[in-house]
Write a protein that binds this ligand. Structure first.
Ligand code: PLP
Length: 382
């Protein structure tokens, strides 16, 4: 047994991230405690400015989660009952929950078989006179193919809200995701590429009027204290979280670059062994997740766990097969790419602090497993 086989590889290591920046985080938190500006304090305003600049967008409005960011963005554009909003079956449930919260009807399309993001070719058949908006999802940190999607949206007068909850900093044809649609939603859930010490979210937009509406919607609908123009919510980003996020934002590009190097390393080692993620010409992904596809996913997953390697599935059950959305009337077989990703997709350990040794151990363990099951290779999708 070699030393490498003794390694434990977690799926994500927030402790390693904290170790590198602990002092800065403590200072940022102490600053908020000293000022007591817990609600919409100084760090919220500054973080909104800094995050808007990071996204190359005009305005950013801090909210309490990525789910709220999606819901409030839809509400700010007046989307509600009677409207249809198109999104992709291969996403995290929150994308679709946010549509449902507004009273609008989610309409699903399948993912592209190479990128696993919303397939723009599928949009035409999903359009109806009730269609009001499209939510492309930059899933796994891979930018969705925005140009054809925006062209269809323009042609039909549709609102586009980017779900960038997994893609802080990713680029599409050189521009940051979040700067292409009418608005974009980001999540700062702790495990995201930019994660808070709790929940948090952000809506980014270039529309000043929409930014003002969002500022009201997150804060009881008030335009000034005790003047309530809208039936808003209490959905603000905490100042403590904003202070933490301001520190982490200064590292985000470097962390994303590290993830890119890790992804390239995985692909070099695994490209001939399993189906590895494909990066289209237009994309600079930020690798929130590194997802391989194999027909032997479940056995491989068990094998990796037994060797101390933590892996994940994103997502094992696509939206249209979730009990919560049976009312949408879809059936098994409706979205084959999303369904295949559910049965074959396996997310490998991915975080900035991952080491080359760990990547080599993961790849070797996968390679050994696939070699042992070589006789099954005939059934592997090419
Ligand atoms: C995390 C996530 C969300 C929801 O964000 P929360 O902050 O957890 O509410 C929405 N969409 C996608 C694609 C996500 O990954």
């Amino acid at each position: 047994m070699s030393i490498k086989q003794e390694l434990q590889v977690p799926f994500i290591d927030l402790q390693a991230q904290r170790a590198a920046i602990a002092e800065e985080l403590d200072q940022a938190i102490s600053g908020v405690l000293a000022r007591n500006d817990f609600i919409l304090g100084k760090d919220v305003t500054l973080f909104e400015e800094e995050f808007a600049a990071f996204c190359e967008a005009g305005y950013a409005v801090g909210v309490d989660s990525g789910t709220s960011a999606l819901e409030l963005a839809l509400l700010a554009y007046g989307i509600g009952p009677g409207d249809e909003v198109i999104t992709v079956a291969n996403t995290f449930i929150a994308t679709v929950l946010a549509i449902a919260y507004t009273g609008a009807t989610p309409v699903l399309v399948d993912a592209d078989p190479h990128t696993y993001t919303l397939n723009p070719m599928q949009l035409a058949s999903a359009l109806t006179p009730q269609t009001r908006a499209i939510i492309p999802v930059h899933l796994y940190g891979q930018p969705a193919d925005m140009d054809p999607l925006m062209a269809i949206a323009r042609q039909h007068g549709l609102i586009v809200i980017e779900d960038a909850c997994q893609a802080h900093g990713a680029r599409y044809k050189g521009g940051r995701v979040g700067s292409f649609g009418h608005a974009a939603a980001f999540s700062f859930y702790p495990g995201k590429n930019l994660g808070a010490c709790g929940d948090g979210g952000m809506v980014v937009t270039n529309d000043e009027q929409v930014a003002k509406t969002l500022q009201m919607l997150r804060n009881y609908g008030q335009s000034q204290k005790y003047h309530h123009d809208l039936k808003g919510f209490n959905r603000r980003l905490d100042t403590l979280q904003a202070a933490v996020l301001r520190v982490k934002l200064t590292y985000l590009d470097a962390w994303n670059a590290a993830r890119r190097a890790h992804a390239a390393h995985y692909t070099r080692l695994l490209g001939d062994v399993v189906e590895t993620p494909r990066v289209p010409e237009y994309a600079e992904p930020v690798w929130h997740l590194y997802v391989i596809q194999t027909a032997r996913r479940d056995a491989l997953r068990t094998h990796l766990f037994s060797r101390g390697i933590a892996v994940g599935m994103h997502y094992p059950i696509p939206i249209h097969l979730q009990p919560a959305f049976q009312d949408l009337g879809y059936q098994k077989g409706d979205f084959p790419v999303s369904e295949r990703s559910g049965t074959d997709g396996l997310s490998l350990p991915m975080y900035a602090e991952l080491t080359p040794d760990a990547i080599e151990y993961v790849a070797t363990t996968i390679g050994d497993f696939m070699a042992e099951h070589r006789s099954d290779r005939a059934s592997e999708p090419q």
